[in-house]
Design a protein around this ligand. Structure first.
Ligand code: AMP
Length: 402
């Protein structure tokens, strides 16, 4: 049995903990786990590996510490514990403090805590998860990998909002962007698929999942992205509105009596594909309903695809040159309908869709979906954020050991 050859990746949400045990290249998944309903009496953890799925109830208090302790017990049971070399943590917000993944020490943990006002739903859970993992694996290096870090290369004209300067200087009101770990992985995979060096390459990547954004990448660096101070800005998403006239807040307050919290909840949780369709936030469900003639589902998909195309064109400006458009995320990797509708709008940029290739690039298959001679190209490249976190964690842990 090899010692210290595996990485544990943790992604802690406010009531959930996702874990994965991977090799140091992030290529092989040995064990996956998901703890749900943390903080309640029904807290439950499910493990999945080549032998199938099994669940255990988490004893009180059923929090992140309990979940990490249950994971540690499972690793011991499977004889994997001694092989874990380091722990990598997904962290949503690193503010302007973090422009790359980093080894976690007390100062780094304090800085992640200091970013809580920017991500009040996410960063507290990450801090709890990091503390629990440090207690459970006190001898192992721990690494933080930030969703925002990749976008710290945005030029100031892309990240500043046109609001009074003091809001930026005193409160950090600026565009940060998210999905950065996915963009970093997909940019590298796209260059590999194209047989191109990252230097000189201009990409627009559309990460389309339940949350969705687009990013302009030039020379391997993020130039602009559609999400902003929070993940609400930009594209139409599963339940988020994306861009909207900010004057909707006083308008709704005056005309419906909704308060700020209610409007914010509506824009984040009751809008997007769900709000438009009145049916579902799930693209697959909407495609099936649209095919049956459901007008709300048809409208929701049409608005999603049109907003996406508009943003892709805008990101081409940010990239400065457009060699390829890349689709990723659950919708980007699987929905030939959304890809076809977006590329229909984008004919103005020269895309020519290959319908057979578009139908074939699904369910984990990567490939070029534009016709021979189309410039720019369009590709499908499956994302793998866990692999990226595992690789960063392995790399930084070795630096510490050297
Ligand atoms: P993610 O958040 O990346 O897991 O993506 C979730 C989204 O991907 C949901 O809207 C799913 O409906 C969508 N999705 C997954 N598989 C398919 C599919 N075969 N066709 C269309 N959409 C899909």
């Amino acid at each position: 049995m090899a010692l210290h050859d595996l990485i544990l990746v943790l992604n802690c949400g406010s009531s959930s903990l996702k874990g994965a045990v991977l090799d140091a290249h992030g290529d092989t998944l040995l064990l996956g786990c998901l703890a749900e309903k943390l903080g309640t009496a029904e807290a439950l953890m499910t493990f999945k590996d080549e032998n199938g799925k099994r669940s255990v109830a988490l004893a009180a208090p059923g929090d992140h510490h309990t979940a990490v302790a249950a994971l540690l017990a499972e690793l011991q049971r499977l004889d994997l514990q001694a092989r874990i070399a380091a722990v990598g943590h997904r962290v949503v917000h690193g503010g302007e403090r973090f422009s790359a993944s980093t080894l976690i020490d007390d100062a780094v943990l304090a800085d992640i805590e200091a970013c809580i006002p920017l991500a009040p739903l996410h960063n507290p859970a990450h801090v709890a998860g990091i503390r629990a993992a440090r207690d459970a694996f006190p001898q192992l290096p721990q690494v933080a990998v930030f969703d925002t870090a990749f976008h710290q290369t945005l030029p100031e004209h892309a990240y500043r909002y046109a609001v009074p300067d003091a809001l930026y200087c005193q409160h950090g009101v600026r565009r940060y962007g998210f999905h950065g770990t996915s963009y970093r992985y997909v940019a590298a995979e796209s260059a590999r698929l194209l047989g191109r060096d990252m230097a000189g390459l201009g990409l627009v990547i559309a990460h389309l999942g339940n949350g969705a954004s687009v990013c302009a990448v030039r020379n391997g660096q993020s130039q602009d992205t559609s999400m902003g101070l929070t993940p609400l800005e930009g594209l139409v998403m599963g339940t988020r509105s994306g861009d909207i006239d900010p004057a909707i807040y006083p308008f709704l307050q005056a005309n419906t009596g909704m308060d700020l919290a209610a409007i914010n909840r509506m824009l984040n949780h009751e809008s997007g594909l769900l709000g438009l369709s009145g049916l579902s936030n799930d693209c697959r469900t909407l495609e099936a309903a649209a095919a049956e003639g459901h007008a709300g589902a048809q409208l929701a998909l049409a608005v999603f695809a049109y907003r996406l195309a508009k943003y892709i064109a805008a990101m081409a400006v940010a990239a400065g040159r457009l060699d390829a458009l890349v689709f990723t995320g659950g919708i980007g990797e699987n929905s030939e309908l959304i890809r076809a509708q977006a590329l229909q709008h984008l004919q103005v940029l020269g895309f020519v869709l290959d319908e057979a290739a578009n139908s074939a690039a699904r369910f984990g298959a990567a490939g070029i979906i534009t016709a021979e001679g189309s410039t720019p190209l369009a590709l499908v490249v499956p994302t793998n954020e866990e692999a990226m976190i595992a690789r960063d964690t392995a790399r930084l842990s070795q630096i510490q050991a050297a």
